[in-house]
Design a protein around this ligand. Sequence first.
Ligand SMILES: [Zn+2]
Length: 89
Amino acid sequence: MNKRGHVPLRMCIGCRSRRKKEEMIRLVRTLEGLVPADGKAWSGRGFYLCPGSECLRKAQKKNLIGPVVRMEATRISAIDWAKVGGGLQ
Ligand SMILES: [Zn+2]
C-alpha cells in the first residue's frame, strides 16, 4: 500500500526548496560542532541541505546557519566544512 501525497518534505536552508528528506543531508549541532547526522537520531538542533555544495555556500554567505543552530558565526566559520560536507559535493 502506498500512501500517496504523504511524503515528508524538508526545506533546504540554503535555497529554501523542499525535497524528500531522504534526498537531503542533515547537519546537527553537537558538543563538537556541526556534524552530518548520517541517519542517526540526534536530539540537537539541526538543518537540512541539498546534496550540493552550492546550497552550503549560499547558507554560509547569507549567514543562515547561525540562527538555526544557535551558534555564533565565529564558531561556525571555524568548522571544517570540507569534513562536514563530505557528502555535499
Ligand atoms: Zn538547497
